[in-house]
Design a protein around this ligand. Structure first.
Ligand code: NAP
Length: 260
C-alpha cells in the first residue's frame, strides 16, 4: 500500500530508541524526510545513520530535551514546517502518589501533556494553511485502563487526550488530523528496565518476567516496536484524513471490552 507520503517532512520526538524510533523508521521507508530528537546525542546520531542507510531517506538528528523550550525550538528550527508531527517523550516514574511533590507533577505534565500541546501549537496553523497535516501523539494504554502505580502517567496523558479530542475536531476540515496511539507492552528499553525492576521483586529472571508480561495479553506476546511504527505511518497516510480524534490501542487485546 502506497501511503502517499513521498517528499513529506516529519518531526518525530524522542526517537533514538523504542517506539519513537520505530515511527521514524516507518515514515522514512515511505520517503518522508524525518527530523528525530533525543537527549543523548551519540545514540541519536547512530540511529540517524542507521535509518539513512536502511531507508535512503533524509534524516536530521537534533539532540535536545524536547520537554524544554530550547529542545523544542531546536527541533522546529531544523524542520520549521512539518507535514507530520509525532509527539513522544519519556514516561513519568512509577510510585506512590503520596510521595510526589508539585514539582514532580509539573515535570510529568510538562513531558506528557504540555510539550505535545506546545509543539501542536507551533505547527498546526502552517498545516492548516497547506491543507495537510498529520499529528500522532504516543500516549499509553493507561489512558483507557489506568495503571495503579503510574498515577502521573495516567493523569498527564489523560489531560492531553482530553485537549486533543477537542482540537482534532476543530482542525479536521483542513485535512489536519490529530490521533493518539496507545501502546500496551512493547519490547523496548523502557519495558526491559521496568521488567528488570519487577524481576528484582519477584525473584524471576528478566526473560521470565517479560514472558509473564507476554502471557497477560490475549496475543500471548509483547509487541514488536516495528508494528507500532507501521500503525503510526498508516495514521499519517494521505488517505487517512477521515480518521479524526481517535485513540488506537495497540495492546494485543489486553484491554478487555466489547468495543475498544
Ligand atoms: P524507550 O525505549 O526508553 O525510548 C525512549 C526514547 O525517548 C529514547 O530515544 C530517549 O532518548 C527519548 N527521550 C526520552 N525522554 C526524552 C526527552 N525529554 N527529550 C527527548 N527525547 C527523550 O521508551 P519507549 O518504550 O519507546 O516509550 C516511549 C513512550 O511510550 C514513553 O512515554 C512510554 O512511557 C510510553 N509507553 C511505552 C510502553 C512500552 O511498552 N514500551 C507502554 C506504554 C507507554 P534519550 O534518553 O537519549 O533522550
Amino acid at each position: 500500500m502506497d501511503l502517499g507520503l513521498q517528499g513529506r517532512r516529519a518531526i518525530v520526538c524522542a526517537a533514538s530508541k523504542g517506539l519513537g524510533r520505530a515511527c521514524a523508521a516507518a515514515l522514512a521507508r515511505e520517503g518522508v524526510a524525518v527530523t528525530i530528537t533525543a537527549r543523548t546525542a551519540e545514540v541519536l546520531e547512530r540511529t540517524a545513520a542507521e535509518l539513512r542507510t536502511a531507508t535512503g531517506a533524509e534524516i536530521t538528528a537534533v539532540p535536545g530535551d524536547i520537554t524544554t523550550e530550547e529542545g523544542r525550538a531546536a527541533a522546529l528550527a531544523a524542520c520549521p514546517d512539518p507535514d507530520i508531527l509525532v509527539n513522544n517523550a519519556g514516561g513519568p516514574p512509577a510510585g506512590d502518589f503520596r510521595e510526589w511533590s508539585r514539582e514532580d507533577w509539573i515535570r510529568a505534565l510538562d513531558a506528557n501533556m504540555l510539550t505535545p500541546i506546545a509543539l501542536i501549537r507551533a505547527v498546526v496553523d502552517g498545516m492548516i494553511e497547506r491543507k495537510f497535516g498529520r499529528i500522532v501523539n504516543i500516549t499509553s494504554a493507561s489512558v483507557k485502563s489506568p495503571i495503579p502505580n503510574l498515577g502521573m502517567s495516567n493523569g498527564a496523558r489523560a489531560g492531553l487526550t482530553g485537549f486533543v479530542g477537542g482540537l482534532a475536531r476543530q482542525v479536521a476540515r483542513h485535512n489536519v488530523t490529530i490521533n493518539n496511539l496507545l501502546p500496551g507492552p512493547f519490547l523496548t528499553d523502557r519495558l526491559r528496565s521496568n521488567s528488570a525492576q519487577a524481576a528484582q521483586k519477584s525473584g524471576r529472571s528478566l526473560d521470565e518476567e517479560i514472558a509473564e508480561r507476554a502471557k497477560s495479553t490475549p496475543a500471548g506476546r509483547v509487541g514488536d516496536p516495528a508494528e507500532f511504527g507501521e500503525a503510526c505511518a498508516f495514521l499519517c497516510a494521505a488517505s487517512s484524513g477521515f480518521i479524526v480524534g481517535q485513540n488506537l490501542l495497540l495492546d494485543g487485546g489486553g484491554f478487555n471490552a466489547t468495543m475498544g
